[in-house]
Design a protein around this ligand. Structure first.
Ligand SMILES: [Fe+2]
Length: 379
């Protein structure tokens, strides 16, 4: 392990240094060729209330809707949707959906997950409006993953500036998943063809989180250590930082500042500018912009020390405890919530004085006692 307690900067390596103690075995079948994260299906308990949040406040574009569901897209999207809001009894995630490179990749997905012993179902065109044939699985980590190629094309509204709001959401950027064993999750995702771009570890080799990509950005999804399987957040991109400030101003003007959970700020990991919101059901939404290009095959991996006060926020701003603790349930293919397993390794919130939101550490303090810098020992 390359991290030492005195690492002043993140460590950069040629490939990820994560090794799983309890790996999921690698299938002989080739994985499907995943292009990008494409949409999330969210179950919401009050469809009108959720629609108000995502359409009237955040400005996502309605492609289609009926009494049970609303299909939303971002301004630069040309496929039917990036987000499905579906009415249901329990707030949860029904699908993390990825686009694959061709229809033939669906057969690969079936073979890959069948060999892993997972529940696999083919869904015919029209099961989800705007989406052609798809494969849905309960993956080895318990997440409902979907793969599809065929999708209805809709107008890309990129040039329709008359429709933009100051906080316009232009792309779906990534998912973030909570899972107890991050190295195990990383090994499986690497078998699925993903590559690690950044991670958070400690000197003892405990891995707290990892960011994984298919498209050439920092991630399509991240694996965050915690009780899971649960969904931590889904992230939409804006063009620039000022668009995120505009969303904060709008929420303030609407006296809805309580929807802002964390930020705005700049991440250490990913270098992106960020804001975290909670929707009316508590689902966490990130607004994200300006990470960096990662598409070369030898893209360096950045490993952050869990005790680096700037890893989660480059300015050292506190991380609120709810951000570590809260997450959304995920559903099995019958629509029932997956049971949540506890993380047995140390939690990032517990080990990081400074990341608990109420204190800050100095690297020259060997016991990493909370100083009274930042919010200090107020509580
Ligand atoms: Fe994120």
């Amino acid at each position: 392990m390359t991290i030492t307690p005195d690492s002043p900067e993140p460590v950069v390596t040629a490939q990820d240094p994560i090794r799983a103690a309890h790996p999921i075995r690698t299938p002989k079948a080739a994985p499907p060729d995943v292009v990008r994260c494409a949409y999330m299906e969210l179950v919401v308990t009050d469809l009108a209330r959720a629609r108000h949040f995502y359409v009237d406040i955040l400005g996502l574009v309605v492609t289609e809707e009926d009494e049970n569901a609303v299909y939303l897209r971002s301004f630069e999207e040309f496929i039917h949707h990036n987000l499905v809001l579906r009415a249901g009894p329990i707030a949860a995630v029904a699908a993390f959906s990825y686009r694959v490179r061709s229809p033939a990749e669906l057969d690969r997905a079936v073979e890959f997950y069948t060999e892993l012993g997972c529940r696999v179902e083919r869904r015919a065109t029209g099961f989800t409006k705007g989406i052609g044939d798809s494969v849905r699985v309960e993956d080895p980590l318990g997440f409902p993953y979907e793969f599809f190629y065929d999708a209805a094309h809709v107008e890309r509204l990129a040039w329709h500036y008359e429709l933009y709001t100051p906080g316009a959401l232009v792309r779906l950027d990534h998912f973030n998943q909570v899972t107890p064993d991050v190295p195990r999750a990383v090994k499986y995702m690497e078998d699925l063809g993903f590559r690690v771009t950044e991670d958070i570890q400690d000197a003892g080799g405990t891995v707290y989180a990892a960011w994984l990509r298919r498209k050439p950005t920092v991630h399509d999804t991240a694996m965050t250590g915690g009780n899971g399987p649960r969904m931590h957040h889904v992230a939409f991109a804006t063009h620039e930082k000022h668009n995120i400030i505009a969303i904060c101003d709008k929420l303030g003007a609407l006296r809805m500042s309580d929807l802002i959970e964390r930020g705005p700020g700049r991440h250490g990991v990913s270098n992106a500018f960020y804001l975290y919101l909670r929707d009316p059901d508590g689902h966490r939404i990130e607004i994200y912009t300006q990470d960096y290009y990662t598409g070369d095959p030898d893209n360096p991996v950045v490993t952050w020390d869990v005790h680096d006060n700037q890893r989660r926020d480059w300015w050292g701003s506190p991380v609120v405890p709810s951000w570590y603790i809260d997450a959304s349930l995920v559903l099995d293919l019958d629509g029932n919530p997956q049971p949540v397993a506890m993380r047995t390794e140390e939690s990032e919130m517990a080990v990081t004085i400074g990341a608990d939101g109420f204190s800050y550490t100095r690297k020259d303090d060997p016991e990493r006692r909370p100083s009274e810098y930042k919010l200090g020992a107020q509580l």
